[in-house]
Ligand binder design. Structure first.
Ligand code: ATP
Length: 489
């Protein structure tokens, strides 16, 4: 899929009520978006797909919903206060701000495009090293050495590279002088770590076990690009899996495979996924991999799987003074109980908005069709039926002769189980196209014959095939096609 198609996807998302720029009447707010009437349904369904796969299908994984605000010490213990920053650089002429590493990544991509593979590899290596060492001077040197210019001003008049903390802060308490600086959480994971013992004790959980959570996270990204790919307010779906030290490698491999399979079941094309193993690891991780998706602008991170050792629990234990340990009464090889320890953690972390974007991009199709003997194009979203915003649309052929009443009766019979759409305006062909554009898998048309023999026409979104079926059979046909088994079994 090309970048041109991506532009179409973005405007389609707005035109059909999937995603709107935030506060659009005030010209929007940078990298913040709202989900519209169809977007919210698709997003809810994707969240449900994740939630069911995690909690319903694993008896040793339970969910929580922690608050966005957390005690400020949380972010000290997690390392976010001191280390959650991106290197930024300003161009003095255009006054534009950039992420220093991003400028270098773009240069690497350009070298690769021009066939300068060796140069690209060398720069990638130097960039990785500079980032790992947090060596800001070296980042500036690389920018100068590779003669990187500002895309706006075209000059190389750069400031020094500085660190920019990505956390949003605010004050808690009504009185300014009593105010305490707190942060909007930059990840949902810490809400799970601080509740580790609460859940373990009250749920009588035995290691290995997991805690899952979905919710908003906030990052003051320096540059926001590619629509909902990189937002300042976004939603994460994270699961922390607590394991016995020494078994983390096994569980890391388990989750690496399980998560890729989960993505593949969406049917967006197996060739559109790949692993990106982290060669250089953060000091607390002993293994990390990204699952990347082939977005129209290239393969980019969709989900991260990280083996985080006992870094988070150990730091929270130290800073809070509360023991965050598990008593393991299973016997080791020598016949003694494993006893007390701080569990190791393997985490899976996926961005719901990025997942939404992947589904939208891969299911957006412009197809040539024949319409009344003429060539025509239709836009269709081939979203898996169980995830589609509307499952079925019901149309009376005309607004009279009792046809709307029959259509309404059909909807009344279906609406507890399925999201239904009713429409009686315009020609049937036009109504079909509007449903194709929002991904409705089934349309049912009520006509005069329906009054005589209790049958309707069902039209399938993907094949555009039409069939005459008995009204009494609608429920069975829908139940066969719209169910979680197709994704979860
Ligand atoms: P990136 O390298 O793209 O900034 P990250 O490695 O910082 O991502 P994590 O901290 O591992 O991301 O977060 C886990 C997941 O959360 C990511 O895989 C991504 O899907 C999602 N995510 C992270 N930052 C954003 C953002 N600004 N907007 C939307 N989704 C995000």
């Amino acid at each position: 899929m090309s970048e041109d198609i991506f532009k179409q996807v973005v405007s389609h998302a707005k035109e059909y009520g999937f995603v709107f720029p935030s506060s659009e009447i005030y010209d929007g707010l940078g990298a913040v978006y709202d989900y519209g009437q169809n977007g919210v349904e698709l997003k809810n369904n994707l969240r449900q797909y994740w939630w069911k796969a995690m909690t319903q299908l694993h008896e040793n994984i339970v969910g929580i919903d922690a608050a966005i605000f957390m005690h400020p010490k949380t972010w000290k213990a997690s390392g976010h206060v001191d280390g959650f920053s991106d290197p930024m650089i300003d161009n003095k002429d255009s006054k534009k701000r950039y992420r220093a590493d991003q400028l270098l990544e773009d240069k690497i991509a350009r070298y690769e495009k021009d066939g300068k593979t060796q140069k690209a590899e060398q720069l990638q290596h130097e960039l990785d090293q500079a980032l790992l060492d947090s060596n800001l001077v070296q980042l500036k040197t690389l920018i100068e050495q590779h003669e990187i210019v500002c895309p706006i001003s075209g000059t190389r008049n750069w400031t020094d590279v500085r660190q920019f903390n990505l956390m949003f802060s605010t004050e808690m308490g009504a009185m300014a002088e009593d105010a305490d600086k707190i942060y909007l959480r930059p990840e949902t994971a810490q809400g799970i770590f601080v509740n580790f013992l609460n859940v373990q004790k009250t749920g009588r959980m035995k290691i290995p076990f997991g805690i899952a959570q979905t919710g908003k996270a906030f990052r003051n990204e320096i540059i926001a690009r590619q629509f909902i790919m990189r937002m300042r307010e976004f939603e994460q779906m994270e699961m922390q899996f607590f394991v016995r030290p020494g078994t983390q490698k096994h569980w890391y491999e388990y989750w690496k495979e399980a998560r890729l399979n989960w993505h593949k079941k969406l049917g967006l094309g197996e060739q559109n996924y790949r692993y990106h193993d982290h060669v250089k690891l953060a000091h607390y991780a002993d293994a990390a991999v990204d699952i990347e998706f082939n977005f129209p602008f290239g393969f980019k991170e969709l989900e991260g799987i990280h083996s985080r050792t006992d870094f988070d629990l150990r730091n929270h234990q130290e800073l809070s003074g509360k023991k965050l340990q598990f008593f393991d009464n299973e016997l080791d090889e020598s016949g003694k109980p494993y006893g007390n320890y701080i569990p190791y953690v393997v985490e899976t972390s996926v961005g719901l908005d990025r997942l939404f974007l992947a589904v939208l991009c891969a299911s957006y199709k412009e197809e040539e069709v024949i319409n009344e003997d003429k060539k025509d194009t239709r836009v269709v979203l081939t979203i898996p039926p169980v995830l589609a915003p509307y499952k079925v649309a019901v149309f009376p052929l005309t607004k009279k002769d009792g046809l709307p009443e029959v259509a309404r009766n059909i909807i009344n019979d279906l609406k507890i189980d399925y999201t239904c759409f009713y429409e009686e305006k315009d020609a049937i062909g036009k109504r079909y196209r509007r449903q194709d554009a929002i991904g409705t898998p089934f349309c049912i048309t009520v006509d005069h014959e329906s009054l005589e023999n209790q049958t309707v026409t069902i039209r399938y979104r993907d094949s555009m095939k039409q069939e005459r079926i008995a009204i009494a059979d609608i429920k069975k046909i829908l139940a066969d096609e719209i169910n979680w088994h197709k994704l979860l079994a």
